[in-house]
Design a binder for this molecule. Structure first.
Ligand code: ZN
Length: 414
């Protein structure tokens, strides 16, 4: 009895430490010393640990709780991960459990399938890889980051600039230019999407629908578009995703808006490659959730927000205008950072273009068209002024100012 009880206690302790099911823990304890040292990697545990590690590294991750066709799915940034043992199932019909020891050999580690982008297009997927799941999750995160960075570099090289922005004339692939007005074919680049020269009123439903689709399907999408999404989502009243869903239906678009429309902190921001990246963002991967970018910047430059507030007060006083509302800088701050960081990435990735921040500033006139449609309580003049001042202050703090050195010249070399 005592021996039995001790054996059961050992099995339970091993189950708690490794997550192994009872029969596996028992078999391992009864095996050779080598067997004992090798814990079984459960797909469910690997999925949970991998999602947690990605989040710690600044990735926005949406994750499923139950397996689907023998795999646990998660969606970090533009990637799609599937953790399971699909290699061991001869056929899959529904919600098979990749850790069901009656169907699979648990001593073979699960696999992590990496697919980018999340939605397949006519060109297929740009990244497809299968990783063995018996490595530390931090290592897997680094491999996924490398695959994504490589995939984007390859996709950017393959994209051919066969069209031009109708406002600034910079060349882009035609699918990377979007039309911000309803029923209009006037396609523009992310730097010009709120430009004052646009004649027709901006249509939020049309613009967000195109943005969502581009980001979900195209690994080479210009980085600046994520800043545009961040500004729209940051200025919007609560529940933007639900309202967009209803609006898109009116245009017969049945896909659901991405979850980040209602949670702008989760918007994926492409970061400049490590070689030309500001020090404050070095710790992050090829991209990060907007909130992680904000936290990294604020930690490195804790006085920047106050500098923006001080400069805004001066600008308003000079113009004889009233002071802006309290807390306004805080409310729009994530969008300010999204613009500086994403357009800096775009400047590095498209060095032949005009320096993008140079013509983004003073190009927010028609953002006013969107405020009512976004159910926003913000004032357009406050937004425009805060962006203009904020972009200069944040860029200067990151060493990207007009007189800043380095390869990254989002402002041009004037
Ligand atoms: Zn343009």
């Amino acid at each position: 009895m005592t021996k039995d009880r001790r054996a059961k206690g050992e099995i339970r302790a091993r189950m708690a430490a490794t997550g192994e099911p009872y029969t596996v823990a028992r078999r391992r304890l009864a095996g050779s010393p080598d067997d004992r040292q090798q814990p079984v990697v459960l797909a469910q545990r690997l999925h949970t640990d991998l999602v947690a590690a990605l989040r710690r590294s600044g990735w926005p991750v949406e994750a499923e709780r139950r397996p689907d066709f023998g795999e646990y799915h998660s969606y970090p940034g533009p990637a799609w991960l599937a953790v399971g043992r699909s290699d061991q199932f001869s056929s899959l019909v529904d919600d098979e459990d990749p850790d069901d020891e009656l169907q699979v050999d648990l001593t073979h580690p699960p696999q992590v399938r990496v697919t980018v982008p999340q939605l397949e297009t006519a060109d297929g997927f740009q990244v497809q890889a299968t990783l063995e799941g018996d490595r530390p999750v931090e290592e897997l995160v680094a491999v996924v980051a490398g695959l994504l960075a490589e995939g984007r570099a390859t996709a950017l090289l393959a994209a051919s600039d066969d069209a031009a922005c109708l406002i600034c004339g910079d060349h882009y692939p035609s699918e990377h230019l979007l039309a911000p007005a309803e029923g209009d074919r006037l396609a523009v680049c992310p730097a010009c999407v709120f430009d004052g020269d646009l004649v027709r009123a901006g249509c939020t439903a049309a613009l967000t629908g195109q943005l969502d689709r581009l980001c979900a399907t195209d690994l080479a999408a210009p980085a600046g578009w994520t800043a545009v999404a961040a500004l729209l989502a940051t200025a919007a009243g609560p529940g933007l995703g639900k309202r967009l869903e209803a609006e898109w239906r009116r245009y017969s678009v049945m896909t659901l808006p991405s979850w980040w429309w209602s949670r702008p902190g989760d918007i994926w921001i492409w970061l400049p490659p490590a070689s030309s990246r500001p020090h404050a963002l070095q710790r992050l991967g090829p991209g990060a959730r907007l909130e992680a970018v904000v936290q990294a910047f604020d930690a490195a430059h804790p006085d920047a927000r106050q500098r923006v507030r001080d400069q805004l007060r001066e600008v308003r006083a000079e113009a004889g205008a009233e002071a802006g509302p309290d807390g306004f800088v805080e409310a729009i701050w994530p969008a300010v950072l999204a613009y500086v960081v994403a357009f800096t990435t775009q400047a590095v990735e498209r060095p032949a273009h005009r320096a993008p921040l140079e013509h983004v500033v003073y190009s927010f006139e028609t953002f006013a068209d969107h405020l009512g449609q976004l159910d926003s309580s913000m004032d357009h003049t406050d937004i425009e002024l805060t962006l203009d001042v904020g972009l200069e202050v944040v860029a200067a703090a990151l060493g990207l100012g007009r007189t800043g050195a380095g390869d990254t010249r989002p402002w041009g070399s004037s």
